[in-house]
Design a protein around this ligand. Structure first.
Ligand code: ZN
Ligand code: ZN
Length: 275
């Protein structure tokens, strides 16, 4: 079976120094069918000055890589949009005027606080921190479902559904499953309604956390609610992590009764059987 890594970064993201060619070579060495670069697009006023998203440069570099490696691996151009409700007009206008194979919606902020800045959650307990994050994801996905109802579908994949678990582990040592079935159901239902495919993000597995984002319980619930396919993403910021731990992610999908991977080209969904 040939797999696609649809979430990874290169030197075209502010927090990554990897030449994109190294990611491509790793994907070929690991036998992936394809990789899609999803560089950060961070529009919050406090982050925008440091966001280095340069669409012309990215397009130029990926075209050159396709010319050299395109007969061995599919090289996609994506984007990881940091959800900012106050900046949606700007984000949607940008997406409408640029071309992507896949657009990831990622929630990195919860109600105007970046979730990785734990000092901004001073006095908040673990359960409240996690619920606050999931409430933000529920609100974001509800907005995308609303867009779908009015005929717009600018986002394809929901990135790292329970991203706050990464920081809950760092701050509280938390490594359990989520205990918020109401919010998990709300998020998954919104995704299904919005046509937004959740990814399995394997980056936590290389950071001493026992489950990817999301973990097996959420994947199982997604299947129970009618989900049929998911996307795989390593969130690699270093080339050696491209395609990392996909075998574990596939095992979780199979255990949940899911049999297809979601792959996006030119914004169109196709599925790859995983059996
Ligand atoms: Zn992210
Ligand atoms: Zn990412």
């Amino acid at each position: 079976m040939r797999l696609f890594d649809q979430h990874l970064h290169s030197w075209n993201s502010f927090d990554c120094k990897t030449p994109p060619e190294l990611n491509v070579r790793t994907a070929i060495e690991k036998g992936l069918a394809g990789l899609t670069f999803t560089e950060h697009f961070d529009t919050h006023p406090t982050e925008w000055p440091d966001c280095i998203y340069d669409d012309a440069k990215i397009t130029r570099e990926l075209d050159a890589l396709r010319a050299e490696y395109g007969n061995r691996v599919v090289i996609g151009k994506g984007i990881e949009v940091c959800y900012q409700p106050e900046r949606m007009d700007f984000i949607l206008d940008f997406l409408a005027h640029h071309h992507f194979d896949v657009v990831l919606l990622s929630v990195h902020w919860a109600f105007d606080r970046p979730v990785h800045r734990l000092e901004l959650f001073d006095g908040v307990d673990l359960a409240t921190y996690l619920r606050t994050y999931l409430e933000a994801v529920a609100a974001a996905t509800a907005e995308i479902a609303c867009m779908k109802r009015s005929g717009h579908q600018p986002f394809h994949i929901l990135g790292h559904l329970d991203f706050a678990r990464r920081y809950a582990h760092r701050h509280w040592g938390f490594d359990g499953p989520l205990d918020a079935p109401d919010l998990v159901d709300a998020i998954l239902t919104n995704c299904l309604e919005a046509g937004l495919i959740p990814e399995i993000n394997t980056s936590t597995l290389r950071n001493n956390i026992s489950a990817p984002m999301p973990g097996p319980q959420v994947v199982k619930r997604y299947a129970e609610l009618g989900g049929t396919c998911m996307s795989l993403g390593s969130d690699a910021h270093s080339p050696q992590y491209v395609g990392q731990d996909f075998t574990k992610a596939l095992a979780i999908m199979r255990d949940a009764g899911l049999h297809e991977l979601a792959v996006f080209r030119e914004g169109a969904l196709s599925t790859v059987p995983i059996d």
